[in-house]
Each structure stands twice: as structure tokens, then as C-alpha cells.
Write a protein that binds this ligand. Structure first.
Ligand SMILES: Cc1ncc(COP(=O)(O)O)c(C=O)c1O
Length: 364
């Protein structure tokens, strides 16, 4: 099979069409979404309150912001809500209009697209495979000196699943503050990490006004169709500008109500964290016995692997898996990944075993 077709992690329809597979039979290991699916208690409560569609959402989203404030331990006044993390990335970049943004790569592609749209350029900061894609602070500082006005961090990072600890984030923010560099941290995957308090930059929004932290519910709460995201910053000027350019009701009333329910569902949060934590340990242990891969220690709910077998490409592995109804991410479209890499997220234990058995056939 030739390496013609590129698919993204959530391109389920396109993959089903291309490989002539019934879509409902494909298990999606590419979208990084919590395998527990939408919380059943949230689903039931929502079903009982569908009439909220008949009202406009509260313009200030006060009740939702109160819930976010409680969930993230931040002031409600420092919160902006939007239509997924994607809208907030876009709004923030449109406002800041960075001339030269620094992006550690490989990373999520949306940042670069937004910066190009706003007329800026992206400077890459390649993460080294030898350093397991961790952020090397002394090298980072040297590049930050070169006229950079925005640093973008995805923490934990997609696709490497590596995370930068809060102590290092504090150091980076102090350095950037001195150099008048703004820092945007995308924490889309932070709830999946083992000890979230050691990674999240939320508390730092109180002490650094050159910081915005963005999150959403698409991945951890398995709600990508809801389009609910939120940002937190201690920079009042930025907050009021964000609120003034934003469409007044970009998050619909169902999204706002469901968002509140999701963030308060302690049982679901605990169950998800425990499932991902035990599967991450179990799957990594199994993978370490494979001969033809390198496994990078994952912090999030997905794992990046390097294929180290002659004449076997990431696309070959993708095809091998999809023929068995298992859709993983061929990482060849990520800028900054030199070699053959695949990424897959943790699903339910039986599905994870199916994927591991399938990978074992060609990589063990
Ligand atoms: C790092 C990262 N940020 C943001 C998003 C998009 O988030 P949302 O659905 O909240 O717009 C994704 C989706 O894949 C992602 O991987």
C-alpha cells in the first residue's frame, strides 16, 4: 500500500470510507478521548433539562464560571469561557498578534495555523528524542532571547505525552516576564496525569500576568461535540479585551449547563483518573517487552512509540491495525518527529489488549 493518504486522529468517517469498514465497528485510539464516554448522570440530567435550549445563555456565564472557579481553584473574575479550547486559542492569538511565537515541536498543529492566520511567524524549538522530548530549559532560554513575544506550551504535550513540572513552569514564566514574553499553556490533557498538582499552571495565573492557561472538556470528559472550553488569566486587560471581541454567546446554553454538570461530577472524575492510571502502567509494562519499539514515558492518556524495525513504517503499522478495526494515529504529519512514530490513546482494558495483541504481531 502506498503512503498517499494522511489521516488525523479523529478522522473516523474518512478512515471508514477509505478502508471500506463499518464506522461503528472501528475502535478509535486516535482521538485521545476518555473511553468511559459521556458521564451517564450528566446525560440523564441533560435529557431532563432540554428546555434550556429555549433560553439564551447567561451573557456572563456566572454560574458556569463559579463552577470552573471551584474546580480549578481560581477567581471567577479571571475566567473566560468559549466554544472549545480551539476558540480561545484563536481569540487569544488574534488579540495578541504575536510577531514571533516559539513552539516546542512536535506539538498540536492548531497553534501554528492560528499564528499564520494572524500574520505572525512560528519559530520551532525541536524537542530532542535523546532527551525523551522533555523541555531543556537552558536551551529554551537561549532561543527565547531571540525576539520572541509568545511562548506556546502544550502541557502535557500532544503527541509526545510528556509534561513539564510546575517548578520548571515557574522558572520559565519568571524568565519570560523579564523579557516581556507572553506564555500560553494548553492544558487540554492535564486531568489525565498522575499528580495534576505537580503539572498544572492554574495557581500561577495569580502571580504571573504574562500567562493564560486554556482547557476544555473534549478529552477528559469525553465531550468533544459540546464545544466547551475555558481560559484563565490574571491579566485584567487581556481578559476584558478577550470578552469584548468574543461573540456574546459563543457557548450555547446546553454547553454551559453541561459544562457545570461535568466539572462537578466527582464520581466520574475519580473513575476516569483511576482507569487511565492503571491502564497506563499496565500497557507500558507490556510494551516494554516489545523488541522493535521505543516507548516514551507517557504523562497523559496517550502513548507515543517509535518504530525501530527496518522497512516497517508508521503507515504500515496504521494499516495493520485498521484492518483489524483498530484506528491509531500515524504521526508522520507531525513536524519535528524524525523517524517512524505512532500514537494511541488508552481505551477500555479489553480494547487495549486487542491493540497490544495486534501490535505484538509485528513489533514484538
Ligand atoms: C492539545 C490540544 N488542544 C486543543 C484541542 C482541541 O480542544 P477543543 O476540542 O476543546 O477545542 C486538541 C484536540 O485534539 C488538542 O489535542
Amino acid at each position: 500500500m502506498s503512503k498517499l493518504q494522511q489521516f488525523h486522529g479523529s478522522d473516523l468517517e474518512a478512515v471508514a470510507r477509505y478502508f471500506h469498514l463499518p464506522q461503528e465497528e472501528i475502535i478509535c485510539f486516535g482521538a485521545n478521548v476518555n473511553p468511559l464516554g459521556l458521564s451517564s448522570s450528566v446525560k440523564n440530567t441533560l435529557a431532563e433539562h432540554l428546555e434550556i435550549i429555549s433560553s439564551y445563555p447567561d451573557r456572563d456565564y456566572s454560574s458556569l464560571k463559579k463552577q470552573i472557579s471551584h474546580y480549578c481553584h481560581v477567581c471567577p473574575q479571571n475566567i473566560v469561557v468559549g466554544n472549545g479550547c480551539t476558540e480561545l486559542i484563536s481569540l487569544f492569538i488574534q488579540l495578541l498578534k504575536p510577531r514571533r511565537a516559539l513552539l516546542p515541536i512536535p506539538s498540536y498543529s492548531e497553534y501554528e495555523r492560528e499564528i499564520a492566520l494572524s500574520g505572525g511567524t512560528v519559530e520551532y524549538f525541536p524537542l530532542s528524542q535523546e532527551e525523551n522530548f522533555s523541555l531543556n530549559l537552558s536551551s529554551l532560554y537561549k532561543v527565547l532571547e531571540k525576539n520572541i513575544d509568545l511562548l506556546i506550551l502544550c502541557n502535557p504535550n500532544n503527541p509526545t505525552s510528556t509534561a513539564t513540572c510546575v517548578d520548571d513552569l515557574t522558572r520559565i514564566l519568571s524568565f519570560c516576564k523579564e523579557k516581556h514574553i507572553f506564555v500560553m499553556i494548553d492544558e487540554t490533557y492535564v486531568e489525565f496525569v498522575e499528580d495534576m498538582d505537580k503539572i498544572t499552571a492554574m495557581p500561577l495565573t495569580e502571580s504571573f500576568d504574562n500567562l493564560i492557561v486554556l482547557r476544555g472538556v473534549s478529552k477528559f470528559f469525553a465531550a468533544p461535540g459540546l464545544r466547551f472550553g475555558y481560559g484563565v488569566t490574571g491579566n485584567n486587560g487581556l481578559l476584558s479585551q478577550l470578552n469584548s471581541i468574543k461573540n456574546p454567546w459563543s457557548l450555547n446554553s446546553i454547553g454551559a449547563y453541561a459544562g457545570e454538570l461535568l466539572l462537578s461530577d466527582k464520581n466520574y472524575i475519580q473513575k476516569s483518573r483511576s482507569l487511565i492510571s492503571s491502564e497506563r502502567k499496565r500497557i507500558c509494562k507490556r510494551l516494554r517487552a516489545f523488541s522493535f519499539i521505543q516507548v516514551y514515558e507517557p504523562a497523559a492518556n496517550f502513548i507515543l512509540l517509535k518504530i525501530c524495525k527496518d522497512n516497517l513504517t508508521s503507515y504500515d503499522v496504521f494499516v495493520h491495525a485498521i484492518q483489524r478495526g483498530l484506528m491509531i494515529r500515524d504521526c508522520s504529519s507531525f513536524v519535528g518527529l524524525e523517524g517512524e512514530f505512532i500514537r494511541f490513546c488508552l481505551m477500555n482494558p479489553e480494547d487495549n489488549d486487542r491493540l497490544l495483541d495486534c501490535l505484538e504481531e509485528i513489533l514484538a
